[in-house]
Design a binder for this molecule. Structure first.
Ligand SMILES: Cc1cn([C@@H]2O[C@H](COP(=O)(O)OP(=O)(O)OP(=O)(O)O)[C@@H](O)[C@H]2O)c(=O)[nH]c1=O
Length: 631
């Protein structure tokens, strides 16, 4: 039984979502809809003053986005889709329409406008049913909009800027994402929450019901369907659908337009289209008389099949420091970048186009330039640079993953195959080769810096006076802690080879008490005294036996009332979520990722109680527990 059986009407159809918005994809995937994603190239530049009301602008933009995709797919002789869905979300305040901010200043302008006030979020949606007659594309357009009212509380300037610096506002209408950090800005929501996120699912289902279950003659006076006719399962629906019945039925419904069934209905012809550009589409032909949907692959699988290409494109552009060049000098043409980095022009152009296709770069007639999040995360000096981790992924993880098949067959790491050395020798290498050491530390630093704030604030740690970050590497978390808790003194304890190389990673401006670095081996040496011990990204590296050794050592030096904070990606009890942590396990280190109950068990075994777990939605979750009197 499905909640919205009308969605089953789409099962046998080739449905295309004409949107790059990850939120729309998520909302529709979550309800079991199968569709391909073909982002629209329609530029959101309609003249706003032509529209009497903000929602009209959103509806028209949604319609144009969907029409562009339908036309492009038809013109390029890719199989014409049956249904194309387009959407556009805007925020409206004081008669003004706010779309996605172009930069941080723009985001600030928008958020300041919304501060302390109620505003409306409109999502316009267009559902286009396509058919091809004598190679002419015929389209029937149904559109609608949904309005949700949202009120922001009174927010300080600091908070607004902190939110802007998180990078979240940049790809979101009005400069906020209600589903994530932006939810903290919101005092109330009146209406459909998913509409704010980008897609009014409920209204969409109602609209489909109107289209697919037209009223019979005897009840035609009840124009509005508030409830959706009950049909048992998707399967039932798809079984009875015949190719010809699918759309004829819809056409019948749209003939009822004059009686108010569809909010609008019109026939567009592809001759009106001037857009003939090639795009990412995977045409899947109907072979050997197989039913059409048997040959249709879901977009998720196509995305996974291509994932390795996308990762490698990102790695190579990072390694060649293309994003750094673009940050300093963009927009640049491919030839300029090729000259700067010493690469072929044709190869560089292909790589830059791939980066633009992946949304990492913007391409205009002036050349390529970084997006805001590329500046923040992908340049080597970006505020939350992941450059170090990307280089580690390229130079270390990629070769290892090439041998995943052997790793699975043998159940062990493949360092000997990938690097000609055993895992232990290689680990020693990290501390012997200066270059490898720096690379590894930069990788650890990237992740620590990106997660530090969420780890440091997952719990209120203000009661502690001293903390010791065991294996704290470059001190990224330690520096965040002293910023947030000015009365906290933090010691970073790590191997001498690590401590000797931390200076490069220290923040330039030191506003707070400095962090102390102490060298030692936490398995062998005495641990510095502290009332809060921290193990961030340490335990997953070790098997249970070693974890027991380490925890019993910490437990022995912990005074009653002191605490241990563990930062790790905590698996769900099924151990299939979050995917990043599950995929990390494929490296086959002797350690492992653990679930919340496994961490709890390990900690309680060593006299730690009151174990609390915070899932942060960042890469690391946080476990806090306290030492009691008797272990
Ligand atoms: C208010 C709000 C908006 N959004 C996102 O804002 C984008 C709007 O832009 P759009 O132009 O409608 O869509 P797009 O992302 O550019 O994609 P496309 O459909 O290809 O134009 C969409 O993403 C929405 O989810 C959130 O994720 N959360 C929120 O609280």
């Amino acid at each position: 039984m499905v909640l919205h059986p009308v969605l089953g009407k789409l099962v046998s159809k080739r449905v295309v979502l004409a949107s790059a918005s990850p939120r729309r994809q998520e909302i529709l995937t979550n309800v079991g809809l199968r569709f391909e994603v073909v982002p629209s190239w329609f530029k959101e530049t309609l003249e706003k003053s032509y529209f009497a009301a903000p929602y009209e602008y959103a509806v028209e933009t949604a319609k144009q986005k969907a029409l562009e995709v339908a036309n492009r797919m038809h013109v390029k002789h890719l199989r014409t889709p049956d249904v194309v869905i387009g959407a556009d979300t805007i925020v409206s305040v004081d008669e003004q329409i706010l779309e996605k901010p172009v930069d941080k200043q723009d985001a600030y302008r928008m958020l300041s406008r919304l501060n302390g006030k109620e505003h409306s979020v409109f999502t316009g949606v267009a559902i286009i049913h396509c058919s091809s007659k004598d190679n002419q594309l015929e389209m029937e357009v149904t559109d609608f909009y949904e309005e949700t009212k949202v009120k922001f509380s009174d927010l300080s300037e600091d908070l607004l800027w902190e939110y802007i610096h998180s990078g979240e506002p940049m790809d979101k209408a009005g400069g906020y994402g209600i589903q994530a950090l932006g939810g903290m800005l919101v005092e109330y929501v009146h209406g459909d929450f998913l509409n704010v996120m980008g897609f009014p699912l409920n209204h969409f289902c109602k609209k489909l019901a109107e289209l697919y279950y037209p009223p019979s003659k005897h009840n035609v006076q009840h124009k509005k369907y508030d409830s959706i006719p009950s049909v048992d399962t998707f399967e039932n629906l798809s079984d009875v659908e015949s190719e010809s019945s699918n759309f004829t039925e819809h056409k019948g419904a749209s003939k009822l337009d004059s009686s108010g069934m569809c909010s609008s209905g019109s026939i567009y012809n592809s001759e009106n289209s001037s857009s003939v550009r090639s795009g990412f589409m995977v045409p899947l032909e109907n072979r050997n008389g197989m039913p059409e949907n048997a040959t249709r692959l879901p977009s998720k699988i196509l995305e996974l099949m291509d994932g390795f290409r996308a990762s490698k494109a990102l790695f190579v552009a990072s390694k060649l420091k293309m994003f750094d060049h673009l940050k300093n000098k963009g927009p640049l043409k491919a030839v300029d970048i090729a000259n700067e980095v010493g690469t072929s022009v044709c190869g560089t152009e292909r790589l830059l186009d791939a980066c633009a296709a992946l949304g990492l770069l913007e391409k205009t007639p002036q050349g390529y330039s970084n997006t805001d999040s590329t500046n923040t995360y992908l340049t080597s000096d970006g505020e939350y640079s992941l450059h170090g981790y990307i280089i580690h992924s390229n130079d270390h993880l990629w070769p290892l993953f090439t041998y995943l098949e052997s790793a699975v067959k043998e159940g062990s790491r493949q360092n000997h195959r990938a690097f000609g050395k055993k895992a232990e020798d290689l680990f020693k290498d990290y501390y012997h080769s200066q270059e490898v050491k720096q690379r590894f530390m930069a990788a650890m630093h990237s992740i620590a810096h990106l997660t530090a704030r969420d780890v440091a604030t997952a719990f209120d740690l203000s009661r502690f006076k001293s903390a010791c970050d065991l294996g704290g590497c470059t001190g990224a978390l330690a520096h965040e802690l002293v910023q947030i808790y000015p009365n906290l003194k933090v010691t970073v304890f790590d191997l001498p080879e690590v401590i000797a190389n931390t200076s490069y990673f220290q923040p330039s401006a030191q506003h707070t008490a400095p962090v102390t670095f102490v060298s030692g081996d936490f398995f062998k040496d005495n641990l510095p005294e502290a009332d809060l011990y921290i193990l961030s990204r340490v335990l997953h590296d070790w098997p249970d036996e070693k974890v027991h050794v380490l925890l019993s050592k910490i437990s022995a030096v912990c005074k009653p009332g002191s605490a241990l904070l563990v930062a790790e990606s905590v698996l769900d009890e099924q151990k299939t979520c979050p995917p990043t942590a599950v995929l990390q396990s494929l490296s086959m280190t002797e350690g492992k990722q653990r679930s919340g109950s496994e961490y709890k068990q390990l900690l309680e075994k060593h006299g730690f109680t009151n174990v609390q777990i915070k899932i942060t939605e960042n890469l690391l979750d946080v476990v806090l527990c306290f030492k009691t009197l008797s272990p």
